[in-house]
Design a protein around this ligand. Structure first.
Ligand SMILES: Cc1ncc(COP(=O)(O)O)c(C=O)c1O
Length: 344
């Protein structure tokens, strides 16, 4: 069977052999009663890694964002988020449909950053009965739709300060927070030190089959745990999947720079192909977006590559995305560049 090169998402990364072994051997208990030793270990290690008091294991990044929103923002309060935020665009409007929050968006620049002055302007003044109260500032690092753009500690702090000055808590959707940390060469906890809560995915660049972590204070995590239950995310012998998460933390973080190197190689290779544009400055982590200005459309390129065992993410007629992860080698990248060049 031909090997598939799956670049649709870093979520396409399949669990490693070490993960499968750990899953088979995991000690388990009822997680709903907080009796699963493997889940407890994963939660404690995640909290420690992020410099926070407590952690919570949730089934997905989407649920991680929603339980954080529910833990931090009072019901009916307005959330400020980037107009290109994953939570705004791709999470079924859960913040409104379930959380009960209207949203106020601020533009994300081409790196995913929001302008602190615009965030300040978006925070509702108190004392006017017409306005909702601002309940939360939601950040995203790295920024998915902005090409995996990385927000630095200083940028994060400048946004957090604006929110905190107005008494507004801050959560970061850090689905790829370890990618941001690797790109900056700093510990991930530095990127959340100024923030109230954070979530990160085990199932993206870290290759675990299931799960995300939420971290915050003990009290915030207790509220998030109840929100998880409300959403139907209370689990039983979840140690079986948490075991893969522990391996992800132990073995998959330090190798992330390899993916970033492959992403840059792919980006430069694609940018060299006539009709392809890659905003090379925004290729800061493991995602590569390419814009197509002539020749075949995105869906045509996607379909043709699929025939040759290469899967990519088609974002529309003129935009395609490639995500690097541990299963994609430097030789694979050479092959992908070659195939795309031949196609167009
Ligand atoms: C930035 C970001 N946040 C949240 C999510 C949602 O994660 P999940 O698919 O695990 O719900 C994704 C998924 O790709 C993402 O890219």
């Amino acid at each position: 069977m031909t090997r598939i090169i799956d670049l649709r998402g870093d979520w396409a990364a399949r669990p490693t052999d070490a993960m499968r072994k750990a899953m088979a051997e995991a000690e388990v208990g009822d997680d709903n009663s907080q009796e699963d030793p493997t889940v407890i270990e994963l939660e404690e290690r995640s909290a420690e890694l992020m410099g926070k008091e407590a952690g919570l294991f949730v089934p997905s990044g989407t649920m991680g964002n929603l339980v954080s929103i529910m833990a931090l923002a009072p019901y009916g309060s307005e959330i400020i988020a980037g107009d290109q935020a994953h939570a705004v665009i791709y999470e079924v409007g859960g913040y409104a449909a379930i959380g009960g929050h209207p949203i106020r968006t601020v533009p994300n620049d081409r790196f995913g950053m929001m302008d602190p002055a615009s965030v300040r302007d978006a925070i509702r003044p108190s004392g006017n009965i017409h306005f909702p109260r601002t309940g939360l500032l939601l950040l995203e690092n790295t920024h998915n739709l902005r090409g995996g753009g990385v927000m630095t500690v200083e940028q994060t702090r400048s946004l957090a300060n604006v929110a905190h000055d107005a008494g507004v808590p801050v959560h970061v959707d850090g689905s790829r927070l370890f990618n941001a940390a690797a790109a900056l060469g700093i510990p991930a906890k530095d990127l959340v030190a100024d923030l109230d809560m954070a979530s990160f995915c085990l199932s993206k660049a870290l290759a675990a089959p299931v799960g995300s972590m939420v971290v915050g204070t003990t009290e915030q995590i207790a509220r998030a745990r109840q929100a998880r239950k409300l959403l139907g995310g209370g689990m039983r012998q979840a140690g079986v999947i948490a075991a893969a998460g522990i391996v992800a933390l132990e073995q998959m973080i330090d190798r992330i720079p390899e993916d970033h190197e492959n992403a840059r190689k792919l980006a430069y290779g694609l940018a060299d192909i006539p009709g392809f544009t890659v905003d090379l400055e925004t290729v800061q982590s493991n995602l590569v977006f390419a814009d197509i200005s002539e020749g075949k459309t995105g869906p045509e390129i996607g379909a043709a590559l699929e025939q040759n065992g290469i899967r990519i993410n088609v974002f529309g007629p003129t935009r395609i995305r490639f995500a690097l992860h541990y299963e994609i080698t430097s030789a694979d990248v050479d092959r992908v560049i070659d195939e795309v060049r031949q196609l167009v």
